[in-house]
Design a binder for this molecule. Structure first.
Ligand SMILES: Cc1ncc(COP(=O)(O)O)c(C=O)c1O
Length: 391
């Protein structure tokens, strides 16, 4: 019996349906033991190398470097494109703090714009009006693992000579026009946080899609030294070369991650079955105008990272969250828009109206979803939603 199934049984005994649960297989434990026995627990050991190769093979990125989080990958990206004091970066307000922090840490200014009401991704039609002579980059977020319109965004970036960085924290295993998310911009950032599809507790990766960044990225990730070249036997000692930090994970983390990457297809397939069940069963509630379901554009294939619904008012949203909790189901809202957060007000600015962002933030409800979740649980949750709206 696989560990994923064992974990699922434990949840069946628990009264509360959790929002998410980490799932892993026996290989995770086997690789962790191998890593412990290898006597190489620091970063860039054999498991890290295997993860790099597998991720490069899966995504086709020029180079992949494991980091300790998506946050770290975004910070590296902001550093690599040489963001400086006063530069501006256009990004959606509906995202996690890390997207903006990476920019602010370089002294640059996030320029928050609104999202599309259908995909909840950056509204590509609002980007150009947010661009000024100070704009250096567009940071794109692929919400719920569904791609932003990268075709239009890349055209705009080219026209204005801007960098494109993809915050693909949620997009591991998703595609836009058959290309993996994280490989469509100059740089991409993945998250392997325990709440994501593919996990290592904390963890991330930087995808480099332009060769010119590779050497600098390796130095930056290794405390500003050329240790990566030394480990490959290209030089006989390593020294401090440039500004940097420590962005690499332990090989123990990579050992766990390798088992997840090898099972990515299976994990995402299991999640998609649950996602599709929700999508089909909730169609009548959308038809009767009680809620709106997610929309996936035809040129996107997604990894079922999040299943959410949008209800008709903030009052209903808060009430529904309480109702689900009282009935043993843990549902959650999501981001507090960055443009209205204390740090967003201090460090960022806005372009245009952000009413879609504000509405979505007040009306979203995310439903439980994890790879080992049973279909009985979905039936139970859908039944509760029907009782709530139709009673
Ligand atoms: C869009 C987005 N970017 C970045 C992050 C940060 O990821 P990590 O926890 O791996 O640093 C998250 C986390 O949920 C996220 O949703």
């Amino acid at each position: 019996m696989s560990a994923v199934l064992k974990m699922n049984e434990a949840i069946q005994k628990n009264d509360l349906i959790p929002f998410t649960r980490p799932c892993f297989s026996e290989n995770a434990i086997r690789y962790l033991i191998q890593s412990l026995e290898s006597n190489h627990l620091q970063g860039d050991g054999n498991f890290t190398k295997k993860c790099h190769l597998l991720l490069e093979e899966i995504t086709g990125a020029q180079k992949v470097l494991l980091t300790h989080s998506c946050t770290a990958s975004l910070e590296m990206a902001a550093f690599l494109i040489d963001l400086k004091e006063g530069d501006e970066v256009v990004m959606p307000s509906y995202t996690f703090s890390s997207t903006a922090n990476a920019v602010v840490l370089r002294g640059a200014i996030p320029v928050f714009i609104d999202i599309r009401p259908d995909t909840l991704n950056i509204d590509e039609n609002l980007i150009e009006q947010a661009i000024s002579p100070k704009t250096k980059a567009i940071f794109v977020v692929h919400y719920a693992g569904v791609s932003a319109d990268m075709e239009t965004i890349n055209k705009i970036a080219k026209r204005h000579n801007l960098f494109v960085v993809e915050d693909a924290a949620q997009g591991v295993g998703s595609y836009f026009q058959n290309k993996p998310l994280g490989t469509l911009g100059h740089l991409g950032a993945y998250s392997f946080h325990a709440t994501k599809n593919i996990i290592s507790g904390e963890g991330g990766a930087l995808l480099i899609n332009d060769e010119k960044f590779i050497e600098h990225a390796e130095i930056m990730r290794e405390k500003g030294t050329n240790r990566s070249q030394f480990l490959r036997g290209e030089i006989d000692k390593y020294t401090w070369q440039d500004k940097g930090s420590s962005y690499l994970p332990s090989d123990l983390v990579a050992a766990f991650l390798l088992s997840q990457l090898e099972e990515m297809g299976e994990i995402n397939k299991k999640r998609l079955i649950i996602w599709d069940m929700y999508q089909e069963s909730l169609e009548p509630l959308e038809r009767d105008n009680y809620l709106k379901r997610p929309f996936v554009p035809s040129d996107c294939s997604h990894n079922a990272h999040i299943y959410y619904v949008l209800v008709n008012s903030p009052v209903i949203r808060d009430d529904l969250l309480k109702y689900m909790k009282a009935n043993g189901v843990q549902c959650t809202s999501h981001y507090v828009p960055l443009h209205s957060s204390p740090a967003g007000l201090r460090y960022g600015k806005t372009s245009g109206d952000l009413s879609v962002t504000n509405e979505v933030a007040d009306q979203i409800v995310r439903l439980p979803l994890w790879a080992g979740m049973s279909s009985d649980r979905v039936v139970e949750i859908v039944k509760l939603l029907n009782t709530y709206f139709r009673a």
